[in-house]
Design a protein around this ligand. Structure first.
Ligand SMILES: Nc1nc2c(c(=O)[nH]1)N[C@H]1C(S)=C(S)[C@@H](COP(=O)(O)OP(=O)(O)OC[C@H]3O[C@@H](n4cnc5c(=O)[nH]c(N)nc54)[C@H](O)[C@@H]3O)O[C@H]1N2
Ligand SMILES: Nc1nc2c(c(=O)[nH]1)N[C@H]1C(S)=C(S)[C@@H](COP(=O)(O)OP(=O)(O)OC[C@H]3O[C@@H](n4cnc5c(=O)[nH]c(N)nc54)[C@H](O)[C@@H]3O)O[C@H]1N2
Ligand SMILES: [Mo]
Length: 787
């Protein structure tokens, strides 16, 4: 039965919307009325079937079509595509998988496939690709996220819990309002980023949270190179630090607390291990360098008097130390979270109402839901076990492709990179998200096969051998129930699939059929069967904790369900630990907060020792490279999109300057460089260069540039290995290095550049025009079009 309604409810990572076609056939998007602060990003959904960007049919790169495993892989991204029928495309993909397996075994298939894809429990792209590849015998996987890889590795050592779980250990807004006197934000708390939440976002209320804090008269300090990632009503005092100097400031604050005897001795003794070792380091008895306020001022360019004053203020009344994800997406990012926890421990307010730490400030719903965590799990597609043991920390992907067999470290393990023969990417866009794309592009030529499922002609799709067109969420039925969302939302099919696109599930079913694995992959179920199963599982899980949900038929045609009133607040782990440290120890080796970790010390890493420490950075304003490249580039999340998704849509397009991604620069710097508001500028370093549209803003401290990620990567000349990127993607210049030997996380925010006016003729954008596509008949006939 077709359930096409032409008007229906959908869920996205940035909110719930109604979508319907108007009399002219245009898609109209309306946020659900329960959403107090709906995100404008939804309006871009009107462009979901934009024919300029959608992939209409299966496509195979010309050289690959002719030569398969023997094709010239350096031609990826440069050759036309051959349009083929589904049956042939599925057979070519199945052959590629078989060839890779025969050549180097399943570990030669890279299926990490990181990316946000779309909301929806069943059509969740990563679950689909992982389930499929496990059915096929496994793949090399990736661990951690671009979001907080460094924190994901360090936080379990320090607090004995997952970093995301630790992010939910912060006090609620209500408790802050009642008990907290002062909040220090490192990296602000951007309401911009609170638009998005993985898996769904039933409604938004970030402004309400911050306005409540503002009304309570709480003193707010924002330590950040950028002033305005902070709600104005908070009237935050801005301390414009150098990027990447946070650890120095935190150590400087600790120094004053120790020197002036202001820290909570009882807390660090009862609840922590290693404060003495950390104190020795801070006071300089280990290396002869006291990390005092003057030292911190030298690193951060925040006045020493300010640092001392802040330390004293923090110690007198209930306080909260908040950190954004962004500050750990940088070289030695592990230290930022470790030092922040150490600072909060020294202040002694952890586990008391309204005090302690807040990890992930201004990210999705991380810090507005803490005590309302769904007490049951929402049904998910079973992925099975991966028979292959190999994995990489996800941001080492280029290095893996560059150095097959090469050694690397990760969290105490000494590992080897597998030799990758086939890359399979579904639901992510590495040619926007990964650092140093010129380097990725070179390494990307090493595997023999690249298969991508995509909705749109992203740069990643253009750099594939086989592109299998996938439906968008509005073109299929599903339901959303995001972690931290606490809503269940039916997702209705509003549009027919674009062109010949199919869901990831149908694509994998087709390939599995060719491989003789159909039954194993599908278990005999249709999409609709799975949908029922996932919902019924959710319903059973809910009923086990006393929450009754409607049956699927009622749910799928109804409004979103707000689950929050159906369950109660929970106690936080950190509160229980504070109240009963022996009965409820933390899951660390000592059972306490580890300000010194013997385990990490024993790893013997030079760039991550046994306690939080300051390490000099390769790229920041505090070293000689800044003479050559005097600007620190911060690449944050976009206000107008989710990463690269819907860059062609109206909300993103309206923000562009001369068709390019806007880049902010301090007016003083702009004056020195002769740059005016709205000018086209070129940002460059030794790794590459990109064009952007300048916006002058005094919300940035001098020598800092800021541009959002996600503009679709557009090469001026794809044959040039260092080609100018013409659209404003910062990963043309960012540095692809691990945070340290410990976590090997991405370090996008450690990047020095220079900037100049671009006064050459404005190059056209090519990325919103499909690549050259040729008919099969032309290839078979060997006509000029295929040459
Ligand atoms: N310089 C710099 N780089 C960064 C960051 C930064 O701050 N600075 N941030 C990093 C962070 S935190 C993140 S999370 C990443 C985000 O990186 P990604 O998650 O890769 O970014 P998205 O744009 O969300 O990519 C999702 C892709 O999936 C496709 N898609 C959507 N739905 C489906 C589906 O159902 N099936 C299939 N097959 N495809 C689908 C979309 O068209 C899109 O191309 O970027 C990282 N990169
Ligand atoms: N609208 C929208 N919302 C999103 C997303 C999106 O794409 N669009 N993406 C989501 C995802 S995947 C993630 S991971 C989160 C990301 O959340 P974050 O990583 O926290 O966000 P960013 O926007 O990169 O940066 C937040 C702030 O940190 C500051 N900052 C950067 N470097 C430093 C530093 O060295 N020191 C200090 N003190 N401050 C610094 C930046 O200037 C910025 O003001 O956002 C989520 N929310
Ligand atoms: Mo992220």
């Amino acid at each position: 039965m077709s359930r096409l309604t032409h008007a229906g409810l959908t869920a996205t990572h940035w909110g719930n919307y109604y979508a319907r076609k108007d009399e002219n056939g245009n898609l109209r998007i309306l946020p659900v009325d329960v959403d107090d602060e709906p995100s404008a990003i939804g309006q871009s959904l009107a462009s979901i079937q934009d024919p300029r960007v959608r992939v209409a049919k299966p496509m195979v790169r010309l050289g690959y079509y002719k030569d398969r495993s023997r094709s010239d892989t350096t031609r990826r991204g440069k050759e036309p595509f051959v349009e083929v029928e589904w049956d042939e495309a599925l057979a070519i993909a199945a052959d590629a998988l078989k060839a890779a397996k025969e050549n180097g075994g399943n570990r030669g298939i890279y299926g990490g496939s990181y990316g946000w894809a779309s909301a929806g429990r069943f059509h969740h792209a990563q679950s689909q690709v992982h389930r499929f590849l496990r059915t096929f015998g496994g793949y090399t996987d990736s661990v951690d996220t671009y979001s907080i890889a460094a924190a994901e590795v360090i936080v379990p050592h320090v607090l004995g819990m997952n970093a995301f779980v630790a992010g939910l250990e912060s006090p609620t807004t209500q408790e802050v309002v009642e008990h907290c006197k002062r909040i220090v934000y490192f990296g602000g708390a951007s309401t911009r980023n609170m638009q998005a939440n993985p898996g769904g976002n039933g409604f938004h209320d970030a402004n309400w949270h911050f306005d409540s804090i503002a009304r309570a008269g709480i003193d707010v300090v924002n330590i950040s190179p950028i002033r305005d990632d902070m709600r104005g009503t908070l009237k935050a005092r801005w301390l414009p630090c150098r990027p990447n100097s946070d650890v120095a400031i935190m150590l400087g604050l600790l120094h004053t607390l120790i020197q002036d005897d202001l820290y909570d001795k009882d807390f660090v003794e009862r609840y922590c291990v290693g404060f003495d070792k950390l104190a020795d380091y801070v006071m300089g008895s280990l290396d002869g360098v006291p990390k005092d306020a003057a030292w911190a001022a030298g690193k951060s360019e925040i006045d020493a008097g300010e640092i001392k004053k802040l330390a004293r203020l923090l110690s007198t009344e209930r306080s909260l130390i908040a950190v954004s994800f962004a500050i750990q997406r940088a070289e030695h990012g592990e230290q930022t979270y470790w030092a922040a926890i150490a600072l909060a421990a020294a202040l002694g307010h952890m586990g008391l109402p309204g005090g302690g730490f807040l990890l992930g400030a201004g990210v999705g719903k991380m810090n507005t839901m803490q005590r309302r965590i769904l007490p049951f799990s929402v049904g998910a597609l079973p992925q099975g076990q991966n028979p292959v043991r190999d994995y990489i920390p996800l941001a080492r992907v280029t290095e893996m492709l560059e150095r097959p067999g090469g050694a690397f470290t990760y969290n105490g393990h000494n590992l080897l990179y597998p030799k990758i023969d086939l890359v399979y990417w579904v639901g992510g866009n590495p040619f926007h998200h990964h650092q140093d794309i010129n380097r990725l592009r070179k390494a990307w030529a090493n595997p023999k096969h690249v298969i991508v499922h995509e909705i749109a002609w992203t740069t990643t799709a253009r750099f594939a051998d086989i592109v299998l067109p996938c439906t968008a969420a509005l073109e299929r039925e599903d339901f959303a129930g995001g972690s931290l969302d606490n809503w269940l939302t039916p997702m209705q099919k509003v549009l027919e699939p674009y062109g010949e696109s199919r869901s990831d599930y149908d694509i994998f079913t087709g390939i599995a059929e060719k491989l003789g694995l159909r039954e194993e992959f599908t278990q005999g179920r249709s999409s609709d069967d799975w949908l029922h199963l996932l919902y019924d599982t959710t319903r059973t899980n809910a009923s086990e904790v006393g929450i009754e949900l409607p049956d699927f038929e009622t749910f799928r045609d109804g409004p979103p369900i707000d689950l929050r009133p159906l369950f109660t607040d929970r106690e936080l782990t950190i509160e229980r630990f504070r109240a009963h440290p022996h009965a409820h120890p933390l899951a660390t080796p000592s059972g306490k907060i580890e300000l010194f970790s013997q385990k990490i010390a024993d790893f013997g890493y030079a760039d991550c020792v046994g306690h939080p420490a300051w390490f000099e950075k390769k790229e920041w304003l505090g070293n000689p490279l800044s003479k050559q490249y005097p600007f620190h580039l911060l690449s944050n999340q976009p206000y107008t999109r989710l990463h690269s998704q819907l860059d062609n849509g109206i909300v993103s397009q309206n923000s562009k300057v001369k068709e390019r991604e806007p880049l902010r620069i301090n007016p003083q710097d702009a004056l020195a460089k002769g740059i005016k508001d709205g000018d086209l500028v070129r940002v460059f370093n030794s790794r590459g260069a990109f064009l952007a549209g300048a916006i002058l803003s005094d919300a940035l401290r001098p020598n800092v540039l800021q541009i959002a990620t996600g503009a679709w990567y557009d090469f001026l000349d794809v044959e040039d290995p260092l080609s100018l990127e013409v659209h404003g993607n910062p990963n043309a210049v960012t540095n692809d290095i691990g945070t340290s030997s410990l976590a090997q996380g991405p370090s996008a925010n450690s990047c020095l550049v220079d900037i100049e006016i671009y006064d050459k003729p404005r190059p056209p954008l090519n990325i919103f025009t499909p690549p050259k596509i040729i008919a099969k008949t032309d290839v078979d006939a060997g006509t000029a079009a295929a040459a």
